[in-house]
Each structure stands twice: as structure tokens, then as C-alpha cells.
Design a protein around this ligand. Structure first.
Ligand code: FES
Ligand code: FES
Length: 186
């Protein structure tokens, strides 16, 4: 079957196998930040955005991304650097394998929620497994990022989306993110 997609800003059109996963597709296009830790929707490492919403690409057919916009960490260099610095400062990247998925879902959270509580952060990132840490470093990194952002209104790259964008994301939530977005372990 033939699909069209915008991947990290680049328009693509190609023939794919009907059973090709989005994970396989983006990796085949050089998006090596996207990792596979389980292939069963249990670890969050394979998180990408489809039309701005986080999905688990190991469990999402590439065919479903037809005519959609797909973004990986390679397409978010400023956001990745901005939050990645806070993770590194807190020693939250031991082997680093979980970091791309953690950063993608943190970006998604902070685009949705201006000031998430600790419980909201834990709930949102519950699907991101880290085998090296107890998640405290990640929590500190997010809290520190929020404090830093509060002190510099307008300076941060990662910001909450406006109401209109949030509404349209919410409308799509049932069809995409609920079935595939991270859901499991901080
Ligand atoms: S590889 Fe673990 S959730 Fe996709
Ligand atoms: S830092 Fe190694 S899995 Fe998270």
C-alpha cells in the first residue's frame, strides 16, 4: 500500500507493507532516537508524536499515519536540548536508553499542562520504564525545569499549547493516544 506522511517536516510518499509498524518506518528513515524496549506497549521507549499526540510506535501501524504529521526527537532539537540538560544535571541519564521516550512524553505533558502536579507528572509518565533509576532524578529534572521556566516567562521552548490546539488534540485523543500513548511506570 502507498502512504504519504510528513516526518520531521519532510514530506514522504512510499509503498509499505500493510503490517509495517511506525517504529520500523521511522527507524528506516534514520530516526534512531526511537528505541524498542518491549514491542508490547509496555516501556514507552518508542514514543513518537502523530499529529502532535504521543503514540507508541511499536504498536501503531505505519498505515495509520497516512496523511499525518509524525515527529520524533530528531524533529525537536531545541526542546530535546532544553529539557535534556535538566535530565543530565540530575544524573537521570544513566545508560540513557530510556531518555528519548521520557523526553518525548515530558514535552507532550508540558505542552498540555502548564503546571502539572507531582501526581499528574507520575500519571502521565507512568508508561516510561527506566531500568537504571528510581525515577527521582527524572522527577527532580521536571520540577527544576518548571521552576526555571517560571522564572523566565517567554524564554522556554517547551510551552503549553494554546486552547485551540489543546481542543483539537483532545478531539483526536480518543482515536489515537488513549490506545497507544505511554501508560505504565514512574
Ligand atoms: S517498544 Fe516498548 S512500548 Fe513500544
Ligand atoms: S537511564 Fe538506563 S534505562 Fe533509564
Amino acid at each position: 500500500m502507498r502512504i504519504q506522511m510528513t516526518l520531521n517536516g519532510k514530506r514522504l510518499e512510499e509503498e509499505i507493507r500493510p503490517d509495517l509498524t511506525l517504529f520500523e518506518f521511522v527507524r528506516a528513515h534514520g530516526c534512531f532516537s526511537v528505541k524498542c524496549g518491549c514491542e508490547t506497549s509496555g516501556c514507552g521507549l518508542c514514543t513518537v508524536f502523530v499529529d502532535e499526540l504521543p503514540v507508541l510506535s511499536c504498536s501503531f501501524l505505519a498505515a495509520r499515519a497516512d496523511n499525518k504529521e509524525v515527529t520524533t526527537l530528531e524533529g525537536l532539537p531545541e526542546e530535546a536540548e532544553e529539557f535534556g540538560t535538566f535530565l543530565a544535571e540530575q544524573g537521570a541519564e544513566q545508560c540513557g536508553f530510556c531518555n528519548p521516550g521520557m523526553i518525548m512524553n515530558t514535552i507532550a505533558l508540558l505542552r498540555e499542562k502548564e503546571e502539572p502536579s507531582d501526581e499528574e507528572i507520575k500519571s502521565y509518565l507512568a508508561g516510561n520504564l527506566c531500568r537504571c533509576s528510581g525515577y527521582e532524578g527524572q522527577m527532580r529534572a521536571i520540577r527544576n525545569f518548571l521552576s526555571w521556566r517560571d522564572e523566565r516567562p517567554g524564554a522556554a521552548v517547551i510551552r503549553v499549547r494554546d486552547k485551540k490546539d489543546q481542543k483539537s488534540a483532545g478531539e483526536e485523543e480518543d482515536s489515537i493516544s488513549k490506545e497507544t500513548a505511554a501508560g505504565g511506570a514512574v
